[in-house]
Design a protein. Structure first.
Length: 205
């Protein structure tokens, strides 16, 4: 009789890590169930017993990513940091993570949706929610800076946050295209001058 269920030695954490690498490299839509089962080293029966569906596996992968690699953007929510520093650290840490050769380049939350069909709305919403979380944290940074008198009172928090968030999202494409980390890190210096230029309006020469 054929064996069903999880094979002996099956490790859910290791399986999720293997799936993470595939989804990160190829995106949600382009990663097949056959590729996933092979990389995870489990049978079809074991796959469905553990994860029920590709979509549920992807949700587990996203949670693993956010609790590890994705923590680089959590610094934007750290109110112990000065607002400008929180945003700059978010961008610089993202550059380092997204160009690290030990794993696929870019950001899973950005790149996994690039091949995602419109029918996979739950997957698209999952990724959009995380991006919205980063955007809200950046907006909160700008709002704190205005309240603290570090940016002009007429600053539009959502608009300025969108500048930095759009830059953050763009890092994924640049990293995937092989732009060197040093170049991307230098570009952070340039984009932060947007903040500095606005701050300088508080103290005109």
């Amino acid at each position: 009789m054929a064996r069903t269920g999880r094979p002996r030695g099956f490790d859910t954490g290791q399986a999720v890590d293997a799936a993470l690498a595939l989804f990160w490299q190829y995106g949600y839509e382009s990663t097949s169930l056959a590729q996933l089962r092979e990389a995870m080293g489990i049978s079809s029966a074991s796959f469905y017993a553990a994860f029920s569906s590709k979509e549920q596996l992807f949700e587990a992968v996203v949670q693993r990513y956010l609790s590890t690699y994705g923590q680089v953007t959590a610094v934007a929510a750290d109110e112990a940091l000065a607002p400008r520093e929180a945003i700059e650290q978010t961008l610089r840490r993202s550059v380092r993570m997204q160009t690290d050769p030990s794993h696929p380049s870019g950001c899973l939350v950005v790149l996994a949706e690039s091949t995602c069909a419109s029918g996979n709305q739950r997957v698209r919403d999952l990724l959009a929610d995380r991006r919205a979380w980063d955007r809200r944290n950046m907006t909160a940074c700008v709002e704190r800076a205005v309240t603290r008198g570090e940016l002009p009172p007429g600053t539009d928090p959502k608009a300025l946050a969108a500048v930095f968030h759009s830059f953050l999202l763009g890092l994924s494409t640049q990293a995937r295209d092989g732009v060197p980390a040093a170049d991307l890190d230098a570009s952070v210096t340039h984009v932060m001058r947007v903040w500095d230029g606005m701050a300088s309006a508080l103290h005109p020469v």
